[in-house]
Design a protein around this ligand. Structure first.
Ligand code: NAD
Length: 436
């Protein structure tokens, strides 16, 4: 990214012009631009090697969120998502955070957990100690399965063993292999290493190893983002009413309190975070089911389901937000280097490591959360949503080309964003044009 991510007016440009602006900012080649247009995107012959029984390609809109400043670096963020308002919301909130210096992020190393389930262990507590005594040998063994990742500085880091005294299948031992997967998401790498330990773990414990699989509760692989939004940046007018920044801060903090106290609200609060997170995870070819599973398990880690982010007021009356969550994403492995789009998405972000990607994703999640909570706590979510939603309704009713904007505008004017009304408007127009 050679320029600022502040690209005012980008949203008003036609698609080709917008693509040219992003291509200039991110030094995209003609070929990379063709990938974004879809002309050189994923083809069925490559897709046929990715999954089974391929009959076609499923595509999604790819938008670019603007205004992100992450650890002082301007970042344009590609987002693949079908839901209107998400890209606009992220860009808007990133501009608010920018007024306070942008997002500050950090992350742990890429430590994944590979689980081994050991059954029929004669003396589970003794076996636990015996496994710990053999830790170095087990780590060495785990490191034999992927020489490349070891050469790059990753590999097995630790062995942890728990005894589960009671389960529907009786007592069992659970062995955790902690493994640094560096720039890979790491599922295959960790699963292979855990499988390699099977004979040794059975020999040491006298038990029977059943499952060997990574845990998607990736709580050793956390990414964090925080931001400060000056109260002054939150002042705005809506329908002739002025919302003062300090009042908006108070409302956002109260809205967060609702999520902190009620799992029904916390679920939707977190869904708003995942709107931003998933869109970048999908754009970069990562496993969004793994991220979703990890996020919600982490939100429930203390026994009740709570919001992943927090919003507080500073002594000066400004707003501060924090978000910490598991973020097992890679820039190598999986689909990231097979599908042509993720490579371009990573280039647009200027990302060099998986941790850097994870941190940007969490910043986007925090921005998305801010956009949703600010709207909900002030003018309501539907106002901003309406015109974008109306366009989708117009398309669903059969509008094409210029009709989309004009039918959507009429729906908004009438405050009736309904499919049946959009169909009526369209058929009225058809009969008017045929009678002329
Ligand atoms: P992968 O199998 O392609 O492994 C990554 C490989 O990249 C490693 O073998 C490593 O040697 C190599 N590599 C090169 N440079 C590297 C670098 N800088 N850092 C790290 N590795 C480097 O991919 P993976 O990440 O092990 O597995 C991800 C895939 O596994 C995803 O497609 C995911 O959907 C799938 N998966 C997920 C689950 C789950 O989440 N429960 C279970 C099974 C499989």
């Amino acid at each position: 990214m050679s320029q600022t991510s502040r690209l005012p007016g980008l949203y008003k440009q036609p698609v080709e012009e917008r693509l040219a602006t992003v291509a200039t900012a991110s030094d995209l080649t003609d070929e990379e631009q063709a990938v974004l247009r879809g002309a050189m995107g994923l083809q069925t012959d490559t897709a046929d090697h990715m999954i089974e029984n391929v009959v076609g390609i499923h595509s999604l809109p790819l938008g670019v969120a603007t205004n992100f400043l992450v650890n002082g670096r301007d970042v344009l963020v590609p987002m693949a998502i079908e839901e209107p308002s998400v890209v606009a919301g992220a860009s808007f909130a990133a501009r608010l955070a920018r007024a306070g210096g942008g997002f500050h992020t950090s992350s742990t190393p890429s430590h994944m957990i590979g689980q081994m389930q050991v059954l029929d262990v004669p003396n589970p507590h003794v076996a636990r100690f015996e496994l710990m005594e053999q830790k170095e040998r087990l780590l060495e063994l785990a490191n034999q399965s992927d020489p490349l990742i070891i050469k790059l500085g990753g590999g097995a880091r630790d062995i942890e063993v728990r005894v589960i005294d009671e389960s529907p299948a009786g007592p069992m031992l659970v062995v955790h292999l902690i493994y640094d997967t560096l720039d890979a998401m790491g599922a295959n790498t960790v699963n292979t290493a855990a499988e390699a330990l099977t004979p040794s773990v059975e020999e040491i414990t006298g038990g029977r190893v059943l499952l060997r699989i990574l845990s998607n509760l990736a709580d050793r692989r956390l990414a964090r983002a925080r931001c400060l939004v000056p109260a002054s940046a939150l002042t705005f007018e809506s329908d002739g009413r002025t919302f003062e920044g300090r009042e908006v801060v108070g409302r956002i903090v109260e809205a967060y309190a609702f999520a902190a106290a009620d799992p029904y609200r916390a679920t939707t609060h977190n869904k708003g975070i995942m709107n931003g997170v998933d869109a970048v995870v999908i754009a970069t070819g990562n496993d969004w089911r793994a991220i979703e599973a990890g996020a919600h398990a982490y939100a429930a880690r203390n026994g009740s389901y709570i919001p992943l982010s927090q919003w507080e007021r500073t002594p000066d009356g400004d707003l501060v937000g924090t978000l910490e969550m598991p973020m097992a994403v890679g820039i190598v492995g999986g689909a990231t280097r097979v599908h042509p789009l993720p490579k371009v998405a990573l280039k647009i972000m200027g990302v060099q490591t998986a941790r850097e990607l994870a941190e940007i994703i969490v910043a986007v999640g925090l921005a998305q959360n801010l956009a949703a909570v600010r709207a909900l706590a002030t003018e309501g979510i539907q106002r901003g949503h309406m015109s974008l939603h109306a366009r989708q309704v117009a398309i669903a009713a059969g509008a094409t080309g210029d009709e989309i904007e004009s039918v959507a505008a009429q729906l908004v004017k009438e405050r009736t964003i309904r499919l049946d009304r959009a169909q009526e408007i369209l058929s009225q127009r058809v009969s008017e044009s045929t009678s002329q």
